[in-house]
Design a binder for this molecule. Structure first.
Ligand SMILES: [Fe+2]
Ligand SMILES: [Fe+2]
Length: 325
């Protein structure tokens, strides 16, 4: 009997070697199920503004924006994720420009969004349309659109960038081109596209929604949508504002999507897979796919969060699921 098993094993080994030699693979020749579950590499974590900000403000000691490095950014690093981006599909960074500085014009295949944090005088020019960025403004630079940034103010400016670059890299289509010249020509007249979402409008819409529309899992959630198409502002991830009313504790849910949050206003906590993550104004936090999560605001004032979530991507693939946890 044992002789027979050995002869089968030997025959199988020879068969596997033949498959390999022919550039083929038969997964049933290895132990385990055909489709094995895989844990997410994305870790739940918080990046504190009090740690981040002083390190961002030191960056001019070491680099100046220009051709090559292009942007003076500090990226949120999720150590478990390939290439150490914020989640496996979303890269979030904080960008810093001193008065008079320009981040030169370029374009690339990843979609990008900017959410203004601090300082006056920042602008982003996208395909010839110059958008002044005030605190809380969102500016979209879609895939392969020329864009440059600058600071025309008297103090430093900071904003947060969100890109789908990890996804685009995985899809093996990461491309980049410098513009011939530091800045692109600026057009006059109304912008050709709806790529600028001023804070005043978005905030007012969020407060209107907070009067009537509550979600048990997110409390008050509003996605930025392209008004001409009704779609997400970029195809791969949605940009959201979320308001947690005083005293609200949301129900826990799991989603197949991942999220990176930034705290615009207030303080609270998010429970992720049973662990409590406290956060305050300026902090960022990441939620891995399929992790149970619930948000809480124990204070007396509303909390406002800005979030990037790869929900549109998962929907497009037929993979978006949400379930109570
Ligand atoms: Fe860029
Ligand atoms: Fe969620």
């Amino acid at each position: 009997m044992s002789i027979q098993t050995t002869s089968i094993d030997t025959a199988l080994e020879e068969y596997v070697a033949s498959l390999r030699a022919a550039g083929l693979d038969a997964p049933w020749t290895r132990p385990g199920p055909l489709i094995a579950p895989k844990a997410s590499a994305v870790q739940a974590r918080v990046w504190r503004w009090r740690d981040l900000e002083p390190l961002v403000r030191r960056t001019p000691e070491f680099m100046k924006p220009g051709r090559g490095a292009e942007r003076r950014i500090v990226r949120l690093d999720n150590p478990g994720v390939p290439e150490r981006t914020s989640t496996h599909t979303i890269s979030v960074a904080v960008q810093y420009l001193l008065p008079g500085e320009v981040a030169p014009a370029h374009r690339h295949s990843p979609n990008a969004v900017r959410f203004m944090l601090h300082g006056e005088g920042a602008y982003t020019t996208v395909e010839g349309d110059k958008f002044v960025m005030r605190r809380g403004d969102l500016v979209i630079t879609p895939s392969l659109t020329w864009h440059d940034h600058g600071n025309e103010g008297s103090g430093p400016v900071l904003w947060t960038d969100g890109l789908d670059s990890p996804l685009v890299r995985y899809l093996e289509n990461l491309t980049f081109q410098p513009f011939p010249g530091e800045t692109q020509p600026v057009r006059t007249g109304p912008p050709a596209h709806h790529w600028h979402f001023p804070w005043a409008d978005a905030h007012a819409a969020l407060l209107r929604r907070a009067e009537t529309e509550y979600d048990p899992y997110d409390d008050v959630l509003m996605e930025y949508l392209d008004p001409t198409t009704g779609r997400s502002v970029v195809p791969s991830f949605g940009c959201y504002l979320q308001l947690l009313r005083p005293g609200v504790r949301t129900r826990a849910h799991r989603e197949t999507s991942s999220a990176v949050y930034h705290v615009v206003q207030g303080a609270g906590f998010t429970e992720i897979d049973g662990a409590r993550y406290e956060w305050g104004e300026g902090d960022f936090f990441a939620i891995p796919p399929r992790a149970a999560h619930a948000h809480g605001n124990e204070g007396g004032a509303p909390v406002i969060l800005y979030a990037l979530q790869d929900v549109p991507l998962m929907r497009a693939l037929g993979l978006y699921r949400m379930e109570p946890a």
